[in-house]
Design a protein around this ligand. Structure first.
Ligand code: R5P
Length: 309
């Protein structure tokens, strides 16, 4: 029974396989000179991929990750259907259909932020991508999706899983926060969970996004004087949200400020920007990044086990 991946999601897949009691197999995934993707289930992986169940670990980020995931799901489905016909005449050309049993684990679900039609005429991208992926698998586990409500009533079961327990454990052992802050209302449930697991105080800020690079927080009195604070969010992109929240905390006397997130996108110099505002940045490895200190695999394993049971 294999956990497979192309190049995207490879490290998470390698960590996930032993947690699932499965074997890791790398599928072929490369690029043509013009940048288009190519995938293949290698000959020596055919038997394993036809055994049940198969878990594909793949990110839908960046855009090429979406194409790669769709192609990998189709390659796996064809192998499981027994459709091996090929122009080179490699044998066997056909085998028995082994049926369903393909699960997709998505460490970072790209396009998750367009989860509503904010203006008329927009595509709800989070839903569009999920509907395409659902056609190629029997269930999906998604790690810390920005807004799970966008994927309600899908054609396949979806398990929404969270790395907050592992993030809480890391923060407790490395940072010992006295206070956890959610930088906006959207992260309240995640940050509350972390505060509850650590057993420390919690509060949140109200954020208004002016544009992709600018946010504003409504001023709020926070009881953080002399305290070590951890700001917890689902993702850090430009770092703007964390930097502004950290400034508010420092103004109110916080002695140390750390940032923790599941998805470390760290776009456009975010790591440098954050270094000027916080004492530490802690992320999972849902995406490869220089602050990945928490494994995304345990949370995905929890969801996959529920999907398969
Ligand atoms: C938005 O609501 C998310 O939870 C994050 O707060 C946001 O995406 C972070 O973006 P940035 O790092 O660019 O401020």
């Amino acid at each position: 029974m294999p956990v497979v991946s192309g190049s995207s999601g490879r490290d998470v897949a390698i960590s996930l396989a032993p947690l699932m009691g499965m074997q890791y197999i790398e599928l072929e995934s490369r690029r043509f000179p013009d940048g288009e993707g190519y995938v293949r289930v290698p000959s020596d992986a055919i038997d394993a991929v036809r055994s049940e169940p198969v878990v594909l670990v793949s990110n839908t980020y960046p855009d090429s990750g979406i194409v790669n995931t769709v192609l990998l799901l189709e390659a796996i489905a064809e192998v499981r259907r027994g459709n091996l016909s090929n122009l080179k005449g490699e044998e066997p050309q056909n085998m028995e259909d082994v049926g369903s049993g393909v699960y997709l684990a998505i460490p970072y679900y790209g396009y998750s932020r367009q989860d509503k039609r904010f203006s008329k005429g927009e595509a709800v991208s989070a839903r569009v991508i999920a509907d395409i992926l659902a056609r190629g698998c029997d269930g999906i586990a998604i790690l810390d999706l920005h807004e799970p409500a966008v994927l309600k009533d899908m054609e396949v079961p979806i398990e929404f899983v969270s790395s907050m327990p592992e993030i809480a454990e890391l923060l407790q052992s490395e940072v010992s926060p006295d206070f956890v802050l959610s930088p906006d209302k959207g992260a309240i449930s995640r940050a509350t969970e972390v505060a509850g697991l650590i057993g420390c105080d919690f509060s949140y800020l109200e954020k208004t996004r002016i544009d992709a690079h600018t946010i504003e927080h409504t001023p709020k009195d926070l009881d953080v004087g002399g305290k070590v604070v951890a700001i917890v969010d689902d993702m850090i992109s430009t770092g703007g949200t964390i930097c502004r929240a950290s400034d508010a905390l420092r103004r109110q006397g916080a002695t140390e400020v750390h940032a923790a997130c599941t998805h470390g996108l760290f776009t456009g110099g975010a790591i440098l920007r954050l270094a000027n505002h916080v004492d530490g940045v802690h992320s999972t490895d849902s995406l490869p990044n220089p602050r990945a200190v928490v494994s995304a695999a345990p949370a995905l394993a929890r969801g996959l086990k529920r999907l398969m049971s």
